[in-house]
Design a protein around this ligand. Sequence first.
Ligand SMILES: O=P(O)(O)OC[C@H]1O[C@H](OP(=O)(O)OP(=O)(O)O)[C@H](O)[C@@H]1O
Ligand SMILES: Nc1ncnc2[nH]cnc12
Length: 242
Amino acid sequence: MNILANPPTLDFTRAKIVPQSYFHSDISVKSNFPARRSRETRLIYRGPAERQPISVVHMASSDVNTKDDRISRISSSIRVIPDFPKPGILFHDITTLLLDPTAFQDTIDLFVERYKDKNINVVAGVEARGFIFGPPIALAIGAKFVPLRKPKKLPGEVISEEYTLEYGTDIMEMHVGAVQRGDRAVVVDDLIATGGTLNAAIRLLERVGVDVVECACVIELLELKGRDKLGDKSLFVLVSST
Ligand SMILES: O=P(O)(O)OC[C@H]1O[C@H](OP(=O)(O)OP(=O)(O)O)[C@H](O)[C@@H]1O
Ligand SMILES: Nc1ncnc2[nH]cnc12
C-alpha cells in the first residue's frame, strides 16, 4: 500500500469523495493538490500529528486470485495509523475503504462470489466492523444476518464467550434462538489480528450446533498468526499485511 508519509489535511466532516491520489501516489497529491483545491473535496486529518498514516506492505492474500485488479484497489484504500488505539499498534483503518464505493462494492462482491453457492444460511457479523461487511453479503446470498455483539447490548437472552484481543479482553454475545442446530454459517469481520475474536465467534456458534463453514475477513495481520488460533477452521482473506 502506498500511503503518504505526510498526507494533505483531512476534513471528514466535509468529505464526500476521497481523492484517489491520496491513497495511490504521494507525487500527484503533493503537486496537484493546491491547483485542484476548488474541485476536490479537502479532507482534514484532525488526529495528532504523530499519528499520520504510514505505508505498510499489503499483498493479495494467498486465498485470492493475485491477478484480480479489485484486490489492489481494496488494498490501497486501507489506511494504516501508527500507535492507535495504543502505542505500538498499527491500526488498519477500513473507514477509508468505505469512502471508495468501488472498493467497497468490490469487497462485497468478492465475498459474495465465494459464498453464493455454498449453501450458507447464516452470516454472523462481529461487532463493530463485521456489521459493515456482513449485512450486504447476507442480503446478496439470501442468508440471515446474526450480530455477535459486545456485552450488554442485546436485549434478549444471550450466550457469551470471553476472549483476548491484541489490545485488551472482551466478551462476545449472541441472542439465543438467532441460529438453529445444523445452520451453516460464515463469520465475517474486517480484520484478523491474534485470532481471538474469530475463535470466540466460532465457539459461540458451535456451542449451539452451527456448522461454521468459514471465517471471512478483509485484512489479515500476518505477523500475529491469528490463523493458527482457528485450528483447522477455514479462513478466507482478501489482503495480507506484513
Ligand atoms: O484477531 P483479534 O486479535 O481478535 O482482533 C480482531 C478484532 O479486533 C477489532 O475489533 P475491536 O475489538 O477493536 O472492536 P471494534 O470493531 O468495535 O472497534 C477487529 O475489528 C476485529 O474484530
Ligand atoms: N492492528 C489493528 N488494526 C485494526 N483493527 C485491529 N484489531 C486488532 N488489531 C487491529
